[in-house]
Design a protein around this ligand. Sequence first.
Ligand code: KIV
Length: 285
Amino acid sequence: MAKKSIIDFRQMIKSGEKISFLTAYDYLTAKYEERAGIDMILVGDSLGNVELGYDSTIPVTMDEMISHASAVRRGAPDTFIIGDMPFMSYQISDETAIINAGRFIKEAGCDAIKLEGAGKQICDRVRAIAGVGIMVMGHIGLTPQFTAKLGGLKAQGKTAEAARKLVEEAKELEEAGCFAILIEGVPAIVGKAIKENTSIPILSIGGGSYADGQLLIYADMLGYYDDFTPKFVKRYCNIGEIVQKAFSDYIREVKSGEFPDDSIHSYKIKPEEAEKIETELCKKK
Ligand code: KIV
């Protein structure tokens, strides 16, 4: 299947087909997502929580993002991949923002980047990055890099006034040159208002069903990451339980001697060679 582009996404939206979108941080996950036919992959800075064991996304570095985004590209060569700009990779200046956005494209082979936030300074960054020809996805609502300012990982846009502000932010990001906007952690009706006041693709993670596409963190929907599960997550399986059971079974079998079974899990040699090794080299008869 050929890699989808912004033209395909616009066409899908026009024909009423929703965009499927998942995070991935490694080669194997990306490979299975591509095989399943995912439309877009986000290499999110949720890497920090999900794969690196930090308690937030704040410590994630550009080098970590590039390493994981490159692995995702190797696993999903034919999928539209978005690299997520980590904390402090775009806040300082237009120049550092362009350099870091460019690394996702040049070094990791991403198709676009995403950055969090709104307001004049962020819109300036969007303009600068989009101005050099890199596609930028905006991200508003519950923006984890701004957790301290938001007072925690809380749903946003719960009053008409807050919703009006989010709609304004979305319009400004569109005007600044975003090719799409991700909305996170807002009531469905706010997602509807944002969708109806913009004309670029609106993707949602916990922003209701009116958006043009849906994103989930792959480890949440697989029941793999269980440190914290937001309300908007739907679990499609409980892979954590399966994995833990396999590890326990393995440990038990190693300790009991059930694994390995040399008739199955060992290399075959000619019986006469085995005989010689046994008599000449092995001490216990
Ligand atoms: O880092 C990430 O995965 C994200 C999503 C939570 C939207 O930004």
